[in-house]
Ligand binder design. Structure first.
Ligand code: NDP
Length: 321
């Protein structure tokens, strides 16, 4: 027989910087939040090594350590963690219902969606092997580590141009590798990148292998028009081919934009009253641990204030006369 669903004032979906900060604030507000942490739990910081731009850690901190500390801090105030994924949600009426893979269902008066977004990767075995050893999807986070080195950026969109421009601050040279002969980026961003003497372009080309044993030493690049290959010696690879928000489970339940990001208004409110969103799942622009944490705090405050004016149990609608 199926177990009765557990009930909570607030369920938080996701346990990256946004979800954990929301959990901390909600727990300190005595909402006893249940966090459906996701598997693997922890978000993008888990695949980050040194985090040097999270305030409060002058020596820097490892991404997984930062996440572990945030989780412990939320647990200290009573947040409960369920290490499972949400597999189905019903936000059509309150209490909201969230089903998980193996830990049963949860009913919540309010929900914070903080399921994040994943960088899109090239999908190469060598890319997996050298992940965080010279490969990154965040120039703001990791550009500093490539001072004086040659690096490459893959992608032809606005993010690739922005990353390439930002990286010229540190790198001796930046090569943008794009699979077509025309950039997708807006003309202003493309013009800025083209005008920068430290940036050059390799068009009609794809990376087929990341070279190196302990760290990135170069890239094998194939020209898609004539099939020829060549090696480009670089110390860093920045993959800027888009992000995919983790919102599959919310399709039909929340208003999403054309790329699948949760649409919010008035800070953290989603299209469903009582459901709030925080972090990269609703932000394609900043994507920083500190901005995700900040919006997690905002969502918890919004949820708390909203819950404060709701009855603890939903009042049944009186029958029409
Ligand atoms: P985009 O989807 O715009 O661009 C992704 C790029 O990656 C495309 O050039 C695409 O190639 C390429 N690509 C996709 N998959 C692969 C693959 N498997 N292998 C190689 N190349 C691949 O994503 P962005 O992150 O650049 O931008 C997302 C949105 O955010 C856009 O709307 C953008 O305008 C906006 N943005 C705006 C900024 C600004 O205004 N300052 C800054 C950053 C983003 P192809 O062109 O062939 O499809």
């Amino acid at each position: 027989m199926a177990h009765e669903p557990r009930t909570a004032r607030l369920v938080i979906l996701g346990s990256g910087a946004a979800g954990l900060t929301a959990a901390l604030y909600a727990a300190r507000a005595e909402l006893k939040p249940i966090v459906i942490a996701g598997v693997p739990a922890g978000g993008q910081l888990l695949i980050t090594t040194d985090v040097e731009n999270y305030p409060g850690f002058p020596e820097g901190i490892q991404g997984p350590t930062l996440i572990e500390k945030m989780r412990q801090q939320a647990e200290r105030f009573g947040a409960e963690f369920i290490d499972d994924n949400a597999t189905r949600v019903d936000f059509s009426h309150r209490p909201f219902r969230i089903e998980t893979g193996s830990r049963g269902a949860f009913l919540a008066d309010a929900v914070i969606v903080a399921t994040g977004a994943n960088a899109r990767w090239l999908g190469l075995d060598s890319e997996k092997r050298l992940m965080a050893k010279g490969i990154s999807a965040c120039a703001t986070c990791d550009g500093f580590f490539f001072k004086g080195h040659e690096i490459a950026v893959v992608g032809g969109g606005d993010t690739a141009m922005e990353e390439a421009l930002f990286l010229t601050t540190f790198a001796s040279h930046v090569t943008v590798i794009h699979r077509r002969d025309a950039l997708r980026a807006s003309s202003i961003m493309a013009a800025r990148a083209r005008a920068n003497p430290k940036i050059s372009f390799i068009f009609d080309s794809e990376v087929v292998e990341v070279l190196g044993h302990e760290r990135v030493e170069g890239l094998r690049i194939r020209n898609v028009k004539d099939g020829s290959t060549r090696d480009l010696m670089v110390r860093g690879l920045f993959v800027a081919i888009g992000h995919v928000p983790s919102t599959e489970v919310f399709r039909g339940a929340l208003d999403l934009d054309h790329e699948g990001y949760v649409r919010v208004r008035e800070h953290t409110k989603t299209s469903v009253v009582g459901v709030f969103a925080a972090g990269d799942v609703q932000d394609r622009h900043y994507r920083q641990a500190v901005t995700a944490a900040g919006s997690g705090c905002m969502a918890a405050i919004d949820a708390e204030r909203w819950l404060a004016v709701q009855p603890a149990k939903p009042v049944p609608t009186p029958p029409a006369r």
